[in-house]
Ligand binder design. Structure first.
Ligand code: PMP
Length: 400
């Protein structure tokens, strides 16, 4: 009975926010969860989202159920944003797109597809990866293992290890790749490295499974951030791609994203789509409409689309400025000769500091800086004004 149920451990990422809320110290800083904050460290609703919502109110749209696959205008817009509207995959209707419950729900739906139609196939995850990937595949009953990714010696990519592990995986495995702005490391392959990754995946008959949670947020350009996925699509490879609008449109709580399966024919795509719908129906029946309308309105209106891009550049730019300031502060304070330039090379919301668990604990317990225990800090939750303080905390934790 219920008396026999044990307490679950706190979530390694969302649990950090819970601990932060309980801390009463004024200096406290939440660098745990990846959510964009303003320079004043307030949550930010994009102006373009408010405009789209205003339009939606004026139109007085209803709240009837969406179809299982979601809002048609959203599904069209999201696939086009991902691949580019003139991509042959779209022209030839070789893509099955289903609206999902943001990135997480989309990944979970794809995991259910893998479990049902590729029983026993393994998913390979980067080491390290976003912590929830493991939960998602565990809960879906999909076996997974890891490929080397992060090299602590260089605080960079272990490319040789990555390629060797993808080669060593059983033929026909699913290789989970972060489309851009790898979480938690902030380290992405170069375009040449992406080509080699695609070569090996092709040779081994694997299927690339992209998680795209930061399109437009990494470089500030939607097209540039989708170039990894587009490179694979241009080779005619079959793909799975999960998308999220949590970060790039700031729609965290609206739970809006999509799962895309790129197939070899239009017929296969429509069969895959029918099966995705069949999987979704008993799980949540159909997705929520609000976020889907926001995305469809923003992408479908040239003026709003332009405003969105400008706001994304602004957000990506603020994070880059903070990154630079943190680096400058660390270099000014650190007399040990340590090279902190890896911070500047990292991409996206996060910085992987190289701090271990004990050092991360010191950051929190002594300095009230909340971060995940793998040494990841969210620069989106940092302001220029707090960089000096954070650098002091890192110095103390790193060198003592
Ligand atoms: N994948 C990665 C790599 C992420 O970092 C995130 C957000 N932290 C997600 C997926 C999904 O987030 P959401 O469910 O809010 O879209």
């Amino acid at each position: 009975r219920f008396e026999g149920i044990a307490m679950a451990p706190p979530d390694p990422i969302l649990g950090v926010s819970e601990a932060f809320r309980a801390d009463t110290d004024e200096k406290k800083l939440n660098l745990g969860v990846g959510a964009y904050r303003t320079e004043e460290l307030h949550p930010y609703v994009l102006k373009v989202v408010k405009k789209a919502e205003q339009l939606m109110l004026e139109r007085g749209e209803n709240k009837e159920y969406l179809p299982i696959e979601g809002l048609a205008a959203f599904n069209k817009a999201t696939a086009e944003l991902l691949l580019g509207a003139d991509n042959p995959v779209i022209k030839e209707s070789r893509i099955a797109t289903v609206q999902g419950l943001s990135g997480t729900g989309s990944l979970r739906l794809a995991a259910a597809l893998v479990e049902r139609y590729f029983p026993g196939s393994k998913v390979l995850l980067s080491s390290p990866t976003w912590g929830n990937h493991k939960n998602i595949f565990n809960d879906a009953g999909v076996p997974w293992s890891e490929y080397r990714y992060y090299d602590p010696k260089t605080v960079g990519l272990d490319f040789e290890g990555m390629i060797a592990d993808i080669k060593a995986a059983p033929d026909g495995s699913f290789i989970l790749l972060h489309g851009c702005a790898h979480n938690p490391t902030g380290i992405d392959p170069t375009p040449e490295q992406w080509e080699k990754i695609a070569d090996v995946i092709h040779e081994k008959n694997h299927i690339a499974f992209f998680d795209v949670a930061y399109q437009g947020f990494a470089s500030g350009s939607l097209d540039e951030d989708a170039s990894s996925v587009r490179l694979f699509a241009a080779r005619g490879m079959e793909l799975i791609v999960a998308q999220s609008y949590s970060k790039n449109l700031g729609l965290y709580a609206e739970r809006i994203g999509a799962i895309n399966v790129v197939c070899s024919s239009a017929e296969a795509a429509s069969r895959v789509k029918s099966q995705l719908k069949r999987l979704a129906r008993p799980m949540y029946s159909n997705p929520p409409v609000h976020g889907a309308r926001v995305v469809a309105n923003v992408v479908g209106d040239p003026a709003l689309f332009g405003e969105w891009k400008a706001e994304m550049e602004m957000m990506a730019g603020r994070i880059k400025n903070v990154r630079q300031k943190l680096y400058d502060s660390l270099m000014a304070k650190d007399k040990s000769g340590k090279d902190w330039s890896f911070i500047l090379k990292q991409i996206g919301m996060f910085s992987f500091t190289g701090l271990n668990k004990a050092q991360s604990d010191n950051m929190t317990n002594k300095w009230h800086v909340y971060m995940t225990k793998d040494g990841r800090i969210s620069l989106a939750g940092l302001s220029l004004a707090k960089c000096e303080y954070l650098a002091d905390a890192i110095m103390d934790s790193y060198h003592n």
